[in-house]
Design a binder for this molecule. Structure first.
Ligand code: BGC
Length: 742
């Protein structure tokens, strides 16, 4: 066929080569494309050509792929070969709430809206692969990247990730679900070798990835930095070949995390399809193009040429990449997307509002009564600080970000005077890879001076709203480092206690993506969990604080009282085997880390040890009250093929409309292997007017009763007695009903 001589655009419809003919089945087009590529062109396709792009096949008109972070906004353009900003002026985005905030909505519609909206932004910015969402399970509150993930529970994370994936991909933009797998801390993230039993792997750490792949049909997935079974996750035989491809039937592309590839042979054999971010100084030295030195570039070519490996694996990688191309770059029907639209702002605000969690509200201090309040004192650095800049690869350049202070001031308007005092100085900086917040938050006053001023201001106000918590600086909620402890930094504990003494109407708004210790919990009447809420943060918080929005978020992870209340810290290793850490002399040494706590992560550990958390998984209050009836089951006994339905009547007994998340936990009363006291297996978010009631029905099948049997290497539901528990949180179970699996 005289292909090369013609320009492709010169073909009439009838003459189109099969790979360009979208009336032909995709698999046929893939084979046709493959048959036309040279060996060098194939090798060209499987590794990066710049920080965030990989080549297509220019001769055949197969487009490049452009990737972008992810996961809560579209990253600004960087230089071809650098992390630094390219200095474009058309690349500002809308920041959506970080994923803990999304997970806290417990609302799959919010996740779909999120995915669809961020996918539109990615598409408009001409990105083909969005590097997100992240679904690593929350094992320790010290993990610097928990804010990018969906919490501690595999069921909740699974339910919430699927609509996100579908929403993004409806734009012809691929997700890249990350970080597969076991990247549960940032400390030593490249050198930690995770050791855990198969039950923990299958029951806790893998389900959200599996759901994204099998139910969401994720087109790509990102290998993690860490090791498992002494092999890096990006080219891990067990995780990729056996589980992802073998057991789950994944047909998509495995992308390496940036710099996560370490070995050509393993990358060839163990399913890595696209290599990104390996060290290179780009075009500056070495061969004409340093990307040629990638593990999946010249070294691979050499191995083929010398006969050390064949081309079968290469063809498999190309098939996967072409499949991705037909869904994205070569999909003629994909929409054009949109950027920073009013709809995206509204979506960001709505999701933020639904994710905010009211942790405590003694004496109904909230909502702020604007008919009574003359002066509202706002205290704390986080009332002002931009949170979309920083935190690592998820850092953004936003079109705008409404701070909590501005949001509240705008909402309150002339109804009351809003005054401000700093209270504490955290990190006044605000820069990431050349994006600057432009805020000058420097303040040289001493801690005592700052507290004295704040107390003075608090005394004279009707309400005091403290905005504190963590931020996106190193050792806070930030990539590449973990937190040092559970405590709030910058002496905020002392400040909060002083404020509580100064004013009884104190509201603490904790901005973080992680649990924090609250030694002052009994001194403060109202506490709100605020997350990193993105562009609309201040508006969403203000709407909840004054009661325009009735809070309905629920915690996607437990807040322990202290660190040793967490399995990973009590019995599990963190941040690695102690002896090995002490003895290691070289930064690159592999350090083993055994998850001794096994499946007992989050509330599963707290339940088992009968430890009362500060705030439990699933907790979240409302400005109204809900009365639960008694749960009933539609049958007393079920067969393995059956489903069983549980119903409960829920009534709004307050005088405001509100939303409630009815949670179903299953308890296996007798089992051959140890099981958690209870596990979340269903939930429903409902909306009720004052006085309205509704019967909520949640159905499950035997998968909700199963555990992973390591000997059988399969899920098993054992016959016997079970209990269904209905609650408003994992620590507030309202009623139970027993049933039997025959
Ligand atoms: C992060 C990824 C990110 C990539 C590209 C890595 O350091 O771990 O989550 O997508 O960089 O920025």
């Amino acid at each position: 066929m005289l292909l090369c001589a013609c320009t492709l655009t010169g073909y009439a419809q009838t003459q189109l080569p099969v790979y360009l003919d979208d009336t032909k089945p995709v698999e046929e087009r893939i084979e046709d494309a493959l048959s036309r590529m040279t060996l060098e062109e194939k090798i060209g396709m499987i590794h990066a050509q710049s920080k965030f792009s990989s080549p297509g096949v220019p001769r055949l008109g197969i487009p490049e792929f452009w990737t972008t972070d992810g996961p809560h906004g579209i990253r600004p353009e960087v230089l071809w070969d650098e992390w630094e900003q390219a200095g474009w002026t058309n690349d500002s985005c809308i920041a959506f709430p970080a994923l803990t905030g999304l997970a806290a909505t417990w609302n799959e519609e919010m996740s779909l809206l999120y995915g669809h909206s961020i996918g539109e932004e990615a598409r408009y910015r001409k990105k083909d692969i969005l590097l997100g969402p992240g679904v690593n399970i929350y094992r320790t509150p010290l993990n610097g990247r928990n804010f990018e993930y969906m919490g501690e529970d595999p069921y909740l994370a699974s339910r919430m990730v699927v609509p996100y994936v579908k929403g993004v991909q409806s734009n012809g933009v691929a997700v890249c679900v990350k970080h597969y797998a076991l990247n549960n801390q940032e400390f030593n993230r490249h050198t930690t070798n995770v050791i855990l039993d198969d039950r923990a792997l299958y029951e806790i750490y893998l389900p959200a990835f599996k759901a994204a792949v099998q139910e969401g049909d994720a087109w790509s997935i990102m290998g993690a930095y860490n090791l498992y079974k002494n092999q890096h996750a990006c080219h891990n035989e067990y995780l990729i070949n056996d589980i992802l491809r073998g057991e789950w039937g994944f047909k998509g592309v495995v992308v390496s995390d940036w710099g996560g590839t370490h070995d050509t042979y393993q990358a060839i054999m163990n399913g890595l399809d696209l290599e990104f971010g390996s060290w290179t100084d780009g075009l500056a030295s070495g061969r004409s193009n340093a990307y040629d030195n990638y593990y999946l570039a010249y070294p691979y070519l050499e191995m083929i040429r010398s006969g050390q490996v064949g081309t079968q694996e290469l063809d498999d990688k190309i098939r996967r990449i072409m499949r991705l191309a037909y869904n994205t770059t070569m999909n003629k029907n994909r929409p054009f997307g949109s950027l920073t639209s009013t709809e995206h702002s509204e979506a960001a605000r709505k999701i933020a509002e639904e994710g905010i969690v009211l942790l405590k509200n003694t004496g109904n201090v909230l909502p702020i009564d604007l008919t009574q309040a003359k002066t509202i004192a706002v205290i704390g650095e986080n009332a002002l600080k931009m949170m979309t800049v920083g935190g690592g690869s998820s850092s953004l350049k936003v079109k705008y970000e409404v701070s909590p202070f501005d949001g509240l001031k705008n909402r309150v308007g002339s109804a009351a005077e809003v005054v401000y005092a700093r209270g504490y100085v955290g990190d006044p900086g605000g820069e990431y890879n050349g994006v600057v917040s432009g805020q000058d938050l420097n303040d040289d006053r001493s801690e005592d001076e700052l507290i004295a001023e704040a107390v003075q201001v608090a005394r004279q106000a009707d309400y005091v709203i403290f905005f504190g918590g963590l931020n996106k600086s190193a050792h806070q909620d930030c990539e590449d480092s973990d937190r040092y402890g559970l405590e709030l930094p910058y002496n905020q504990d002392r400040l909060i206690s002083e404020l509580a003494k100064a004013n009884k109407n104190l509201v603490v708004v904790n901005i973080s993506g992680n649990a924090v210790a609250m030694p002052w919990v009994n001194e403060v009447p109202a506490i709100v969990q605020g997350w990193y809420l993105g562009s609309e943060a201040g508006n969403a918080l203000a709407h909840v604080l004054v009661g325009d929005v009735n809070p309905s978020g629920k915690l996607p992870f437990s807040f322990p009282v202290k660190l040793t209340d967490i399995g990973a810290h009590k019995v599990g290793e963190y941040p690695g085997n102690k002896l090995e850490l002490e003895q290691s002399t070289h930064r690159g040494d592999t350090i083993n880390e055994t998850y001794h706590e096994g499946i007992f992560v989050g509330y599963r550990w707290l339940d088992k040890e009968k430890i009362k958390p500060l705030f439990g998984f699933g907790h979240g209050l409302s400005y109204t009250t809900f009365e639960y009836g008694k749960v009933t089951a539609d049958k007393k006994e079920m067969d393995a093929e059956d489903t069983i339905s549980f119903s409960v009547n829920v009534k709004n007994t307050g005088n405001r409309a509100g939303m409630e998340v009815v949670q179903l936990y299953i308890s296996d009363l007798k089992s051959s292997l140890p099981r958690p006291v209870k596990e979340l297996k269903g939930y429903k978010k409902i909306s009720l007017q004052p006085g309205e009631e509704q019967t909520v029905t949640i159905s499950v099948d035997k998968s909700a009763l199963s555990f992973f049997d390591p000997d059988k290497h399969d899920w098993v539901a054992e016959s016997g007695d079970f209990e269904a528990l209905i609650g408003t949180s994992s620590t507030d179970i309202r009623s139970k009903v027993k049933f039997k699996l025959r």
